[in-house]
Design a protein around this ligand. Structure first.
Ligand SMILES: C[S@@+](CC[C@H](N)C(=O)[O-])C[C@H]1O[C@@H](n2cnc3c(N)ncnc32)[C@H](O)[C@@H]1O
Length: 258
């Protein structure tokens, strides 16, 4: 049976790789490298850099493939993601049939950790469910963008004994402020923080975390919101793309203790 390794690679710093990740990459027969188009060429470069540094097994073959682009016209968000995953499943199925022998193995370098806002696991499950290629797979954890953010700002993720919500820009207004005191916001194309009007809220923002271009800004939301918007817009224009994440906080440690 073919075996697929989903290896978490961290968020842009090649030193985020764990020893387990390095050892796993070196035992695959094939490593698949996504090419996402010129705008995010830097992300493909990070994967190449990781392979150059750590893949010492000369027998490993590298296979580049084009990741299908998500189509959004004439469909809901959920439908567009579902169609996209179906298309990627077909691409993976073809890659597995063409490039891995029946008892061979291959690895994908998954950004951050495969469990967090990433669908590689779901897509491999889809390929298995289609039942045209017999597959097993395993997951190697990686440093997430949440860990990169909290480390750069030197903050704990949670307040003492309190929960954390991980959400997207699209859904932030449902929970913060109000339901939760700590919200981590990912995949925010609309700068949802700028619509929050709360004098007690703090923000810890980071872009390109782990890379040489890392930018961080922190402060009272009301004081730094405009600076984050301007910095983000300038960086996005300069790079042609951006990945950013932030933590919003209200309250403090022990403020609920009698
Ligand atoms: C598709 S999700 C992938 C998350 C990834 N699996 C992880 O463990 O962090 C992409 C989102 O993660 C966040 N992200 C990933 N890498 C980042 C980085 N280097 N700097 C800032 N945010 C990052 C951004 O919110 C981005 O929109």
């Amino acid at each position: 049976m073919r075996h697929i390794y989903l290896v978490g690679i961290g968020t842009g710093n090649p030193e985020h790789l764990t020893v387990q990740a390095i050892n796993t990459l070196n035992k695959a027969d094939v490593i698949f490298i996504p090419s996402k188009g010129v705008a995010k060429a830097e992300l493909a470069d990070v994967r190449k850099d990781i392979c150059q540094r750590y893949v010492t097994n000369k027998a490993i073959r590298f296979v580049d493939y084009a990741v299908p682009v998500r189509q959004t016209a004439d469909r809901s968000y959920v439908q567009s993601v579902d169609d996209w995953h179906a298309e990627i499943s077909s691409t993976y199925e073809r890659l597995f049939q063409e490039h891995i022998s029946e008892d061979g193995s291959a690895a994908f370098l998954v950004w951050g950790d495969p469990s967090l806002y990433d669908s590689t696991i779901r897509i491999i499950e889809r390929v298995k469910a289609r039942d045209r290629v017999a597959l097993g797979y395993s997951v190697v954890p990686g440093i997430t963008s949440i860990q990169a953010l909290t480390a750069s700002h030197r903050i704990p993720l949670n307040l003492v004994g309190k929960p954390v919500q991980i959400t997207t820009g699209r859904r932030l207004a449902e929970s913060f402020p109000g339901m939760v005191e700590t919200a981590v916001v990912m995949l925010d194309g609309e700068q949802a923080f700028s619509k929050i009007d709360d004098p007690d809220a703090y923000i810890y923002w980071g872009a390109y975390l782990g890379t040489e271009d890392e930018i961080t800004i922190a402060g009272r939301l009301a004081d730094v919101s405009d600076r984050i918007m301007a910095t983000r817009a300038e960086a996005r224009a300069r790079h042609g793309w951006i990945m950013d994440i932030y933590l919003l906080r209200k309250g403090s440690d022990f403020d609920d203790q009698a």
